[in-house]
Design a protein around this ligand. Structure first.
Ligand SMILES: [Zn+2]
Length: 308
């Protein structure tokens, strides 16, 4: 099948009221979200009655998402559904730049600033592509995934507040409305292909052999310092039951700066060790968690997207 043109949904008519039904020819695989919400309007596996499309077994939203104009028209004639775009089947990779407030931390850099810093470090501007603003003040940047590449969702592995949505994920389309506000198209009417330089940023962590071939700029160094300080604060403030997982995530997130040569490993280890101990973890728990997380981050094979 030829790849459909990737054009964004239009804003709702008049800028308010019920969201517009998704137009048929957009080429993105859509499914209904409950009116005024981000939750799929389709039933989940637990409540599946094994009837209709699920006769042979439950069919989840990713598989039911469609580009079929008749099915879309019929579904959206029933209620003012919001629009979910199943990113995987649509051939999309959406970069989800969240705000730290939304993630429960107030002094971390927001996802947009972090992502801009990552792009700048790679020597490029943030690509112009279809972009939406979320009600929480975050942004979604839409890209088409390279043919044959199967990206998975990520949460915090690229950087803090920089997530990705691909196979297994969905995004709320522009024009959808929630109690917190609308999803709005910001710029770029078309999703552009992921540039190759960006693909390397989106890998979970660079190969150790890719360690800095370019001179470390003062800027990226400063950014790495800020990221480390912010992660250390998160770890120190982690709640009981979340401490080890928070430490592990922080070390994996900051570990890429070690691999890049922006931060010495012992500096990261010391900062996060102190933060983990401040949160109440034992010296040995911190040490072993840090060792495995940093080793993973530095050595993780980036070409594992097919494993999703
Ligand atoms: Zn079902």
């Amino acid at each position: 099948m030829a790849r459909p043109p990737h054009t964004p949904p239009p804003p709702p008519p008049g800028g308010g009221g019920a969201p517009a039904p998704p137009p048929a020819a957009r080429g993105w695989h859509v499914f209904p979200l409950r009116p005024g919400s981000k939750v799929p309007a389709l039933h989940g596996e637990k409540t599946c009655t094994r009837t209709g499309p699920c006769q042979a077994g439950h069919v989840k939203w990713e598989q039911r998402a469609t580009t079929d104009p008749d099915r879309i028209r019929t579904a959206w004639s029933r209620a003012p559904f919001n629009v979910g775009i199943a990113t995987g089947p649509s051939g999309l990779l959406v970069i989800d730049l969240d705000t730290p407030e939304h993630k429960g931390s107030t002094d971390a850099p927001d996802g947009a600033a972090t992502f801009a810093a990552l792009c700048e470090r790679a020597g490029h501007a943030v690509p112009t592509t279809h972009r939406t603003r979320t009600p929480s003040g975050g942004q979604h940047l839409y890209f088409t995934a390279p043919q044959g590449t199967r990206y998975a969702n990520t949460a915090g592995t690229v950087a803090a507040s920089v997530d990705t949505r691909a196979w297994g994920g969905y995004v709320v389309a522009a024009g959808s409305i929630t109690p917190a506000g609308p999803y709005e198209a910001l710029c770029g009417s078309v999703a552009v292909p992921v540039p190759s330089w960006l693909q390397s940023i989106l890998r979970p962590a660079p190969r150790a052999s890719h360690a800095p071939s370019v001179a470390v700029t003062g800027q990226s160094r400063r950014y790495a310092d800020v990221a480390l300080a912010s992660e250390a604060r998160n770890v120190a403030a982690a709640q009981h039951g979340q401490r080890e997982a928070t430490l592990f995530r922080a070390a994996r997130a900051v570990g890429r700066f070690v691999a890049w040569g922006d931060l010495p490993r012992h500096v990261v280890e010391q900062a996060l060790q102190e933060a983990g101990e401040a949160a109440g973890l034992s010296v040995s728990e911190c040490r072993s968690t840090l060792r495995s997380a940093l080793n993973w981050s530095i050595a993780h094979n980036p070409v594992r997207r097919d494993a999703a």
